[in-house]
Design a protein around this ligand. Structure first.
Ligand code: ZN
Length: 201
């Protein structure tokens, strides 16, 4: 890195902080941008600086959104009585890509992990209970990973749903999802089958 001017080193160091980018890739990216048309570089810089300003969290499901509520929550063709509970926006995207799910989502923004000091109040579980308590929900599909944290989170949510068991169904996706499997790494066909083959929890 000492061979480059300091402004370039700063950019390389910034790239190195990105997931999956090592020093070699960072150098290649910086070199690419140096030679790219001004407009392309300016667009990239603008997109990066506006990301944090423009991307909001949906006030209903807590997924990423460019408005107060996200596109899925606003879509009248989606069945709002069917809520799929996932760990992260990436998991929601994985289920959307697998196709076939016509309900809505609830993004927990993490999983219970006492070892890391993550408890129920760090997740959007109270908000989920509030959504269910407001009525209309017919089924909660718990689509968290099948690892220890995912199972613990699923069990905790199931217990929270007990007062509502008379009018809602709580199901868990599993079939086809390998033990320890994280949703976002599962192929679309397997994920679609897992959603369809959910069982009463
Ligand atoms: Zn939403």
């Amino acid at each position: 890195m000492r061979h480059y001017p300091e402004s370039m080193n700063r950019l390389i160091r910034s790239f190195c902080k990105l997931p999956g980018i090592g020093e070699k890739s960072a150098e290649r990216l910086a070199m690419y941008l140096l030679q790219a048309p001004d407009q392309e570089v300016e667009t990239l810089a603008r997109n990066i600086s506006e990301l944090k300003k423009q991307v909001n969290i949906c006030s209903t499901c807590f997924s990423l959104s460019d408005a107060e509520t996200c596109r899925i929550c606003r879509d009248p063709s989606r069945d709002a009585r069917l809520i799929c509970v996932v760990e992260s926006p990436a998991d929601m995207v994985a289920i959307e890509k697998s196709g076939g799910f016509k309900g809505v989502y609830h993004i927990l923004q993490g999983l219970l992990s006492p070892m890391d000091g993550i408890g129920p109040s760090d997740l959007r579980i109270a908000e989920l209970v509030k959504r269910v308590a407001a009525g209309n929900t017919r089924e909660i599909i718990i689509a968290t990973a099948t690892n220890i944290e995912g199972e613990a989170t699923a069990t905790y949510i199931m217990n929270q749903m007990k007062p509502y068991h008379t009018h809602i169904k709580v199901t868990r996706i599993a079939s086809g999802v390998p033990m320890g499997g994280e949703l976002k790494y599962i192929d679309q066909v397997t994920l679609k089958k897992a959603m369809e083959a959910r069982y009463d929890f």
